[in-house]
Design a protein around this ligand. Structure first.
Ligand code: NAD
Ligand code: LMR
Length: 332
């Protein structure tokens, strides 16, 4: 099981690489960055777990060497937000970075599972897909936008509202839609640990808002030094771990992730009908399998307020997706 991290020397890349090195299912770990990746790799290589670690820089075909034989590729390469910026403001720089990395993946590791962390996820996932289409290697089952941090935040914040943080690892709340502001839609009515019906509406609204804008909370607190890195590394390793378990044959693993709705025709078409919109991508609970997406689940039973949140997410989502698609169409 070869895992590759592109952007491995960054704020997310380093702790994510550490957590992947700690995953005993990973036997090879390749770290690529435009700076410092060999140093990070040597550091991690002293940890007594099975993975053989190598670090690569751009010279001497470093990217191609990192990608050769990859099973799972995680991409946290790109710039993070500063206060006052939206994720879409990152598009100008990150779109080109992700496009170029996707080109290399399409050539060297077209069968790998690609997990996109770089923002804006609602656009960078379509960018990877469009590059793969151009190169004739597109398999919608194998490209995932990582929205796990929203799920992790929902577990944490719900457990806080319930007054017992020790519950947080077992609190499970599906979060659907996309990964920015109003496109992040927590389905609190499906929480494994229901909120008390006595909870007043403003507390519930505040909770939804905190899950949707949790990223801003970190950006503000870091005060110009970046955005979520450690919680993202935790979330990214959790999602990558699930993908790895699924491709090794474990069944029944379900996680929300931003996927192309053509990945599973039956589920994707049913979801589009449920949404009432011809969207190409959406984050929904996805059953993972040996080939990647095995089944896209629908939204299940949701209340009227959640239906309104889903509808409110769709216009921004459609614009973000189209922006990614158009960027690759306009690229040489
Ligand atoms: P960072 O600046 O600390 O690290 C980014 C790394 O990418 C750097 O080491 C940089 O050298 C590297 N890089 C830049 N161009 C590259 C290229 N062409 N090839 C390989 N590596 C390259 O940033 P960070 O805090 O780690 O955040 C990275 C990205 O992840 C940002 O876009 C951020 O918005 C996003 N993010 C996403 C989520 C999510 O939930 N999906 C959560 C947090 C952050
Ligand atoms: C997050 O949700 O923390 C990330 O998308 C980073 C950001 O820009 O908020």
């Amino acid at each position: 099981m070869k895992a590759v991290v592109l952007g491995a020397a960054g704020g997310i890349g380093q702790p994510l690489s550490l957590l992947l090195k700690a995953n005993p299912a990973v036997t090879e770990l390749a770290l690529y960055d435009i700076v410092n990746a060999p140093g990070v790799a040597v550091d991690l290589s002293h940890i007594a777990t099975p993975a053989k670690v190598e670090g690569y820089l751009p010279p001497d075909d470093g990217l191609e060497k990192a990608l050769t034989g990859a099973d799972v590729i995680v991409i946290p390469a790109g710039i993070p937000r500063k206060p006052g910026m939206t994720r879409d403001d990152l598009f100008k720089i990150n779109a080109g970075i992700v496009r170029d990395l996707a080109k290399a993946i399409a050539t060297t590791a077209p069968k790998a599972f690609v997990l996109v962390i770089s923002n804006p996820v609602n656009s960078t996932v379509p960018i990877v897909a469009e590059v793969f289409k151009k190169k004739g290697v597109f398999d919608p089952k194998r490209i995932f936008g990582v929205t796990t941090l929203d799920v992790v935040r929902a577990s944490t914040f719900v457990s806080e509202i319930l007054g017992d943080r020790s519950l947080s690892p077992s609190v499970s709340v599906p979060v659907v839609g996309g990964h920015s502001g109003v496109t992040i839609v927590p389905l609190l009515s499906q929480s494994s640990h229901p909120l008390p019906s006595s909870l007043d509406a403003s507390t519930v609204d505040g909770l939804i808002n905190r899950i949707q804008f949790g990223g801003d909370e970190v950006v503000k607190a870091k005060d110009g030094a970046g955005s979520a890195t450690l919680s993202m590394a935790y979330a990214g390793a959790e999602f990558a771990g699930k993908v790895i378990r699924a491709i090794k044959g474990e069944k029944g693993i379900v996680a929300p992730t931003f996927v192309n709705l053509a990945s599973d025709k039956t589920g994707g078409d049913a979801l589009k009908k449920e949404l009432g919109k011809e969207l190409e991508y959406f984050s929904a609970p996805v059953e993972l399998g040996v080939d990647g997406v095995a089944k896209i689940n629908g939204l299940g039973k949701i209340n009227d307020a959640e239906k309104a949140l889903v509808q409110a997410a769709l216009p921004e989502l459609a614009v973000n997706i189209e922006k990614g698609v158009a960027f690759v169409e306009a690229s040489k």
